[in-house]
Write a protein that binds this ligand. Structure first.
Ligand SMILES: NC(=O)c1ccc[n+]([C@@H]2O[C@H](COP(=O)([O-])OP(=O)(O)OC[C@H]3O[C@@H](n4cnc5c(N)ncnc54)[C@H](O)[C@@H]3O)[C@@H](O)[C@H]2O)c1
Length: 475
C-alpha cells in the first residue's frame, strides 16, 4: 500500500522504516530541514538500535523516500501523523503540529485518505480532526480518521514495532478497520524479513484490538499513566525501605511474583523521564480535570516523581558533605539506556541541581552527549566513563547502560579522588562494588557501610555481611 508518514522523529522514523520493511511503499516527511537533509543523504538524525539498517534496506529496495509534507500528503492512501505533542505550560498536550498537518491534508489532498493519528493525543482528538478536515477540505477530499496509538519503547523501537504484544486501532468505519488490518497484516501474521532476529517465524503474532476512536486514544494515556504509577509506587516503597532497613529489590521481587502485579516497572530509581511518561501523565491529569473527574491519584504520581531527583541530591550531599567545589562523574545522560534521547531526562534536572550547588560535573554517555550539549553546555563531556571518573569525588550512575556493568574497577580506584559510587539505578549489588574497594550507595537498600577512612585498601569480602542480612548493617 502507498503510505505516508508525517514527522521523522523516534516514532515516525521507526514507523516509516518498519512499514517499508514489511512491504509497503512509504513516503516520510519531516519539517526540520536539517533532519530532512540528513535523512535524504542517508545520515541518521537520532540513535535507535537496528533503525539505521532498516532505513538503508528500505531505501535500497526503493520502498522508502523522504521529502516535504506536501509531497507526503499527495503520496499516501493512508497517512500516519507522527508529529510531536509536547506539553504546554498548563500540562495540556500541544496539538498545534497535529492541527497544522490536518489543515494541510484538508487543503491539499483530493480523493480518499485514511488519516491515522499515531502521535499520543488526548481523547476526542479524532473527533476534532474529523471536524477540522471537513471544515477546511477544498478538493473533494473524502476521509476516515483513525487512532492507532504507538506503544514502542525508545531503545527497542524496531523490535517493538515489528513484534508488538498488541496493535490497537480506534475506528469509526469498517473501511478504516479493513485498511489498517491490511497495513498491519504482515505483522499480525508475523510474515516479514526480520532485521532483528533470526527466529521470528516461530513468534506469536500480536492481538489486534479494534475499538472506537475515543477508547483507543484513552488506552494510550491510561497505559502510560498506569506504568508511571507503578514506578512512583515502587519509588515510595524504596523510600520506606531506606528508613526501615529493608531491601527494595527483594520487596519488588516478592511483589512481582504475583502475576496480578507482574515484575516489570518495579525498578526503583531517580524517576521516570523521556518524551512520554512525564507529558502523558500531565496531559491525562488535564483531560480528567477538564472532564470533571478528580484523578488526584495521578497528581501524586507526578509529585513523587518530581521529588526523586531532590531525594537523590540529598544522598549525594550526605556522602560528600559540602558540594561546592566537588567533582562528580555522571555516568549516563539519556533518560534510559539504548537511546540518545534526553528530553525530560532526570539527568538534566540532576545535573542542573549539581551545577547550581557549585559542583564540577564530568559526564559521559555512550550516545546522548551530542543532545545533552544543547541543554547542558556547562558540563565537561568525557570520551568514556574512565575519563569522567578521573579525580572524581563520586561516580554517580544515572542511566543503566550495559557498558557500566563491565568496568575495570581497579583502574577506577586508582584514578578517583574518593572511592564512592552513588547508583541511581541499582545497577549493582552493594557487595559487588564494596568488594572493589568502593563505598556504595543506591536506592531503597541499606547498602552503605559506615565510612571507612582508607577504603582504597580493598575490603575483604569475607568480612562483609551476606547479601540477605543487609538489614543488620547500620545506616
Ligand atoms: N518517543 C517515544 O518513545 C514515543 C512512543 C509512543 C508514542 N510517542 C508519541 O509519538 C509522538 C511523536 O513522538 P517522537 O518521540 O517521535 O517525537 P519527535 O519530536 O522525535 O518527532 C516528531 C517529529 O515531527 C516533526 N514535525 C513536526 N511537524 C511536522 C510537520 N508538519 N511535517 C513534518 N514533520 C513535522 C518534528 O520536526 C519532529 O522531527 C508524540 O505524540 C509522542 O508522545 C512517542
Amino acid at each position: 500500500m502507498k503510505i505516508s508518514v508525517i514527522g521523522a522523529g523516534y516514532v515516525g522514523l521507526t514507523t516509516a522504516a518498519c512499514l517499508a520493511q514489511i512491504g509497503h511503499d512509504v513516503f516520510c516527511s519531516e519539517s526540520d530541514i536539517e533532519k530532512l537533509t540528513k535523512l535524504q543523504n542517508g545520515v541518521m538524525p537520532l540513535f535507535e538500535p537496528y533503525l539505521e539498517d532498516v532505513l538503508r534496506a528500505g531505501r535500497k529496495a526503493g520502498r522508502l523516500r523522504f521529502g516535504s509534507t506536501e509531497d507526503a500528503i499527495a503520496w499516501g492512501d493512508a497517512i500516519f501523523i507522527c508529529v510531536g505533542t509536547p506539553p504546554l505550560p498548563n500540562g495540556d498536550a500541544d496539538l498545534s503540529a497535529i492541527e497544522g498537518v490536518a489543515r494541510s491534508i484538508a487543503k491539499q489532498a483530493s480523493g480518499y485518505r485514511l488519516v491515522i493519528e499515531k502521535s499520543t493525543v488526548p481523547v476526542q482528538t479524532g473527533a476534532q480532526l474529523q471536524k477540522h478536515l471537513s471544515v477546511h477540505s477544498r478538493n473533494g477530499l473524502t476521509y476516515d480518521v483513525a487512532s492507532n496509538p504507538e506503544f514502542l519503547r525508545e531503545g527497542s523501537s524496531v523490535e517493538d514495532f515489528l513484534h508488538p504484544d498488541r496493535i490497537v486501532i480506534g475506528v469509526d468505519s469498517p473501511r478504516a478497520e479493513d485498511l489498517l488490518r491490511q497495513i498491519y497484516e504482515p505483522i499480525i501474521s508475523q510474515r516479514f524479513a526480520c532485521p532483528v532476529h533470526s527466529d521470528c517465524p516461530t513468534r506469536k503474532g500480536p492481538i489486534f484490538l479494534a475499538t472506537d476512536t475515543n477508547s483507543a486514544e484513552l488506552i494510550k494515556h491510561a497505559s502510560n499513566s498506569f506504568l508511571a504509577m507503578k514506578i512512583s509506587f515502587i519509588n515510595m516503597v524504596a523510600n520506606l525501605c531506606e528508613v526501615v532497613g529493608a531491601d527494595v529489590t527483594k520487596v519488588a521481587q516478592g511483589m512481582g511474583l504475583d502475576p496480578r502485579i507482574g515484575s516489570s516497572f518495579l525498578n526503583p530509581g531517580i524517576g521516570f523521564g523521556g518524551f512520554c511518561f512525564p507529558k502523558d501523565v500531565q496531559a491525562f491529569i488535564r483531560i480528567a480535570e477538564k472532564s470533571g473527574c478528580d484523578f488526584s491519584l495521578l497528581k501524586e504520581v507526578e509529585k513523587i516523581n518530581q521529588r526523586r531527583v531532590e531525594h537523590f541530591v540529598e544522598k549525594i550531599r550526605k556522602e560528600l558533605w559540602v558540594l561546592r567545589g566537588k567533582k562528580v562523574a555522571v555516568w549516563g545522560l539519556a533518560f534510559k539506556p539504548n537511546t540518545d534521547d534526553v528530553r525530560f531526562a532526570p539527568s538534566i534536572t540532576l545535573v542542573k541541581a549539581l551545577l547550581t550547588e557549585g559542583v564540577e560535573v564530568r559526564a559521559y554517555d555512550p550516545e546522548a552527549i551530542e543532545k545533552s550539549r544543547a541543554v547542558l553546555p556547562e558540563v565537561t563531556y568525557c570520551a568514556d566513563a574512565y575519563q569522567a571518573a578521573e579525580g572524581a569525588d563520586a561516580i554517580v550512575i544515572v542511566t543503566e547502560w550495559d557498558e557500566f556493568r563491565q568496568m575495570d574497577w581497579e583502574r577506577l580506584l586508582s584514578s578517583v579522588e574518593q572511592p564512592l559510587v552513588i547508583d541511581g539505578r541499582n545497577v549493582f549489588s552493594p557487595e559487588e562494588i564494596r568488594r572493589q574497594g568502593f563505598r556504595y550507595v543506591s536506592i531503597g537498600r541499606v547498602d552503605a557501610l559506615p565510612w571507612q577512612p582508607d577504603a582504597r585498601e580493598k575490603i575483604d569480602p569475607s568480612s562483609l555481611p551476606a547479601d540477605n542480612s543487609m538489614h543488620e548493617i547500620p545506616a
